[in-house]
Design a protein. Sequence first.
Length: 158
Amino acid sequence: MKTHKLSLNDTFEEKFYVIAIYTDEEDYRMAFILNETLTLQLKKTSPIIVKRNKAEFSIFEYDDILLYRNWYLLHNHSLIEKEIVKSHDLFSQNTRQFHQKAFYLKELKKARFLLKVVTDEGNEFLKELTNKLQNIPQIYTIEVVHLEHLKNKKLFLF
């Protein structure tokens, strides 16, 4: 009789799509538009914090229990406050603050949002979704992100 062992170290890769959204809308407004158009219930959760530059990226999520889909709307841009200390003489120090832009996915700097959809559905679902997104007047354009071209796929494990 053969014995079978189950290793808990086995990783199960989930199938998901990532769509870059190019728009000028704010994050709460984009979530509202997607909720209305795609009949979702995206809700804001705690932000993703990148430690290397202390950037916070807002994220909205919705778990569709009936259709077995998980939706995530991630803001790709963040403003970081930086401070420069200039000393002109021995007794005075001038500090100057400025904002620097940080990107969650540097390869797509111009994309304002990243929409991640975890689903087992195929290309027909993706085609239908992209058609709906392209018909939203507030969205300039969209782009399906090919994960094999990304440098770090681990960024989408949230």
